[in-house]
Design a protein around this ligand. Structure first.
Ligand SMILES: [Zn+2]
Length: 239
């Protein structure tokens, strides 16, 4: 699928969702088709909001001269693979903020519509009818907005923090500090979910911790490459 000239792919884990739902079928008795249908329907809506979020990053990045290799949509998140990212902190901040900003705008539009129609903004505890869809999408987008502002790589908030720090220090130093903040947040999250015995969320904490380290290693490696290239250029200039 191509949108605005950008390839959009579904990650293979996306196809695990129908499989998991089918495995769940035995647990819901008579309500099985309703629960399965509603789950799939909400997942499709969530994925569409994630796609708009990633397009937000991609289109602002394009404005600053970066290109988007592709957009990958996974069951509960997405990734816009950007190349030629500007090393300008202000532009990096705007590219990182563009994704969450899309979710905030969607949430505000739904909130305005619901208030205009005289409805309540309190989140529903169970999905009962399609009429609740705008309210659910409002809350999904609000949660996507807030989650992405958490200053932890690979959340957008981690990149925003780095671009703020990079105004006062080197890009590498800013990445180190933002990475450590991200890892601290991931550790705190992991301890919290372990204490609450929410062990299914533990892999999320570990994933966040490792992602911060991965980003740090990536930036370190590219800085070393640049230094080597600079010194090679200096060598050839001397000759
Ligand atoms: Zn994002």
């Amino acid at each position: 699928m191509r949108i605005a000239g950008i390839d959009v792919h579904l990650h293979w884990t996306f196809w695990l969702v129908p499989v998991c739902l089918v495995c769940n079928i035995f647990g819901f008795g008579e309500q099985v088709w309703f629960v399965t249908g509603v789950s799939l329907f909400l997942l499709l809506n969530l994925s569409f909001c994630v796609l708009l979020h990633e397009l937000g990053h991609a289109l602002v990045a394009r404005r600053f001269g970066a290109t988007t290799k592709d957009i990958i949509i996974a069951p509960f998140g997405g990734l816009a693979r950007l190349t030629g990212m500007p090393k300008n902190p202000g532009q990096e901040f705007l590219i990182s903020f563009a994704g969450p900003a899309v979710n905030l705008v969607i949430a505000l539009l739904f909130a305005a519509g619901i208030i205009f129609a005289g409805g309540s903004l309190i989140p529903p505890s169970v999905f009962e009818s399609l009429n609740q869809l705008p309210l659910i999408l409002l809350w999904i987008n609000l949660v996507l907005f807030l989650l992405n502002l958490i200053p932890a790589f690979p959340m957008d908030g981690g990149r925003m923090l780095r671009s703020i720090l990079a105004r006062r220090m080197s890009y590498l130093q800013a990445t180190v500090i933002a990475g450590r903040v991200g890892q601290f947040t991931a550790l705190f999250f992991s301890f919290y979910v372990a204490l609450e015995q929410q062990f299914l969320l533990l892999p999320v904490g570990i994933f966040l911790f490792l992602s911060a380290q991965f980003e740090l290693n990536r930036v370190r490696a590219s800085e070393v490459n640049e230094l080597e290239r600079d010194s090679a250029e200096a060598d050839s200039a001397e000759r």
